[in-house]
Design a protein around this ligand. Structure first.
Ligand code: ZN
Ligand code: ZN
Length: 651
């Protein structure tokens, strides 16, 4: 008999050789139907693989990432089988599960093309194969056997991969007529794969190397139920309409220029002003929380980055050092703002009474990304972090954490990100060697984070072994209006940089001590945050933030002068307006502007001009009646203030 430990800590005995599926069956039939994979001592296993020794296990269903992963990875094999049957002789690269679905990189041969138009046929074949309920079976093979199998098949991609594997660690998976080199795990059989959609075809260099052959990458997604697929496809449609690149163009917020360079966003006037409003909003919040602004240059001497350790990380794989006419001088575009801030901390001696020191900067950084990886404002080569570094005593860590959490929660509330989760990343308790800093400090920091999260009553998951080598961290993930998850806001503890920069303060004991450093960026970066905000709101920003708050619609040319007057009047109240001076009928003007994302429509004619008023319509709410100009200005200002204030009392 062996002892099986469950996630809740309970232990049950089973006969040696029991499988995850047997265990699920012994618990309940419905569980056995839903379970997709099993973690055995933190390793992902097939449900049918026998367990011979005492182990702790976790049974994964669809809602567990590891369950979905097995499902989608098995679907990749199924797609490969379908492709092989339709395009015999196809060679296969890699076919992993990804965040949403899976892909496979395939080489159907030089004179064969697989296009989007061919996907339906592959899908059909997949459905046919799935319904055959073919088992996924694992076979451990020697390196020689593996090599022989794929050489015979003529698949040079697989043989290249096998060449890099160690003998004794290699396994095949079979299902139906198909065999793949794979570590697994997979579903028991193909039958749970009920709903299938192949989504797109793209080119992908073998192993991401531009000098090697371009393979055909086919993306797909599968679900255990048809309605889940339909919901997903509906979400994709919604996502297309919300694409921040499309809306950014329509609202004239930002653009890119091939001449300026890929991944380098150009903020247009309306975008720059929107960004400025966001920055001012955060600056005010930070002032209230005791932050001090600093400004640092965009470059720094190479030595600075060697000291900080960033050169080792970014030196070779990012922008290369800049050389000057002076012999031996080398500068690096800054990939991070932290080293500059460390030097600001150091410019004078600090006492324990001076701490915490909170230095804030909207700091622009540059990191190289492959051009194929660039995407709108979410993957760029130059971006501005809403960065700050807090230098504090170890005993201040929890308080500082709470204050940063307050700022982040305030931002989420103001901008309507009401659905979010947090993740605490801690040390791997089994391997504490690889982390810098004393055990005592780590324990203090980890406890501080966990207590802070608990004090705020936030939903959180704790991941062991996910901490950076230099400190634990807290991440915020928001779910947007159509259910997509975005990583925003990070709070990161750091014991490494204070060490490397020899940061000190004089303690109450008159001795020198090392401060702890916290890196934090509630938005993450201005670029990414604006992108997420656009996709979350579909470009309908809250009134305080939106580029144009009201559009003035004169019913005929006769009232253009009055329109100008209204616009000037409202400008004095900091209200942003547009005038629709087209000579269209008023009905059409209203309809056209209702399609735009401007919150208020102000209609003016004879009556309004005579009385110094406007007829007000609110998008989505309709007619609000006639208001005197001043009343409307006060009314709008009040709405703006309420958006920014109702929440202030909570902080
Ligand atoms: Zn596989
Ligand atoms: Zn930093």
């Amino acid at each position: 008999m062996i002892k099986i430990t469950f996630p809740d800590g309970s232990v049950r005995e089973f006969e040696a050789g029991v499988s995850g599926l047997d265990i699920a069956r012994s618990l309940s039939n419905s569980l056995a139907r839903e379970v997709l994979s099993v973690n055995v001592n933190d390793e992902l296993w097939d449900l049918t693989r026998p367990i011979h020794k005492d182990a702790s296990i976790k049974l994964n269903k669809w809602d567990d990432e590891d369950g979905k992963h097995a499902f989608w990875h098995s679907s990749a094999h199924l797609m490969a089988e379908a492709i092989e049957s339709i395009y015999p002789g196809t060679k296969f690269g890699i076919g992993p599960a990804i965040e949403n679905g899976f892909y496979y990189d395939v080489d159907p041969g030089d004179d064969v093309m697989i296009n989007e138009g061919d996907l339906t046929e592959i899908e059909k074949k997949m459905k046919e194969l799935a319904s055959q309920k073919n088992a996924y079976t694992r076979e451990e093979v020697s390196k020689d056997e593996a090599m022989k199998f794929f050489s015979n098949k003529g698949d040079n991609y697989k043989t290249e991969l096998i060449g890099e594997l160690e003998d004794g660690t290699i396994s095949f998976y079979h299902q139906g007529e198909f065999t793949d080199l794979c570590r697994g795990p997979h579903l028991v059989d193909t039958s749970p794969i009920k709903a299938i959609k192949l989504l797109s075809v793209a080119g992908a260099y073998w192993r991401g190397d531009e000098t090697r052959k371009q393979l055909t990458r086919i993306y797909g997604i599968t679900f255990p139920k048809q309605n889940m697929l339909e919901e997903y496809l509906e979400m994709l449609e919604q996502a297309k309409l919300r694409d921040h690149r499309k809306i950014g163009r329509e609202l004239e917020l930002f653009t890119f220029s091939q001449r300026v360079g890929p991944g380098l966003p150009l903020w247009l006037p309306k975008g720059a002003q929107l960004r400025e409003r966001l920055e001012n909003f955060l600056k005010k919040l930070q002032r209230e929380h005791g932050y001090e602004p600093v400004i640092t240059p965009h470059i720094g001497q190479k030595e600075l980055w060697v000291t900080s350790g960033h050169y080792a990380k970014y030196g070779k794989d990012s922008f290369q050092p800049i050389h000057t006419p002076q012999e031996g001088e080398e500068f690096l575009l800054k990939p991070m703002n932290c080293p500059h801030h460390c030097e600001i901390y150091k410019f004078k001696p600090r006492s324990y009474k001076d701490l915490p020191v909170r230095l804030a900067e909207f700091g622009t950084v540059y990191r190289y990304e492959q051009s194929g990886e660039l995407h709108g404002l979410t993957r760029v080569r130059g971006f501005t972090q809403d960065d700050a570094h807090i230098f504090c005593r170890p005993d201040q860590l929890k308080d500082e954490f709470l204050k940063v959490i307050d700022i982040i929660l305030y931002i989420f509330k103001t901008l309507d990100f009401n659905d979010f989760v947090t993740q605490v990343s801690l040390r791997d308790p089994k391997d504490t060697e690889k982390y810098i800093g004393t055990d005592e400090n780590w324990e203090k920091a980890e406890t501080a984070i966990l207590e802070a999260v608990e004090a705020k009553g936030m939903e959180t998951t704790v991941e062991y072994g996910e901490a950076a080598f230099y400190g634990p961290k807290l991440d915020f993930m928001v779910r947007d209006a159509i259910g997509r998850k975005w990583q925003l806001g990070t709070i990161q503890v750091d014991y490494n940089l204070p060490e490397r920069f020899e940061l000190e303060y004089i303690g109450a004991d008159n001795q020198k001590h090392r401060p702890v450093m916290i890196h934090r960026a509630p938005f993450g970066s201005m670029e990414r945050f604006v992108a997420v905000l656009i996709e979350h709101t579909a470009g309908k920003f809250p009134l305080w933030l939106t580029p144009d708050q009201a559009v003035i619609l004169p019913i005929s040319e006769k009232f253009h002068d009055y329109a100008e007057k209204v616009s000037e009047f409202l400008k004095n109240y900091d209200i942003r307006t547009l005038i629709d001076e087209r000579s269209e009928k008023i009905g059409k003007k209203i309809r056209d502007n209702e399609l735009k994302r401007i919150p208020y429509l102000l209609i003016i004619g004879e009556k309004e001009q005579e009385s110094g008023s406007v007829s007000v319509r609110r998008q989505g709410e309709g007619d609000k009646g006639v208001m005197y100009l001043e009343d409307f200005a006060v009314f709008l200002q009040k709405e703006v203030r309420s958006q920014l204030e109702t929440i202030e009392s909570d902080v």
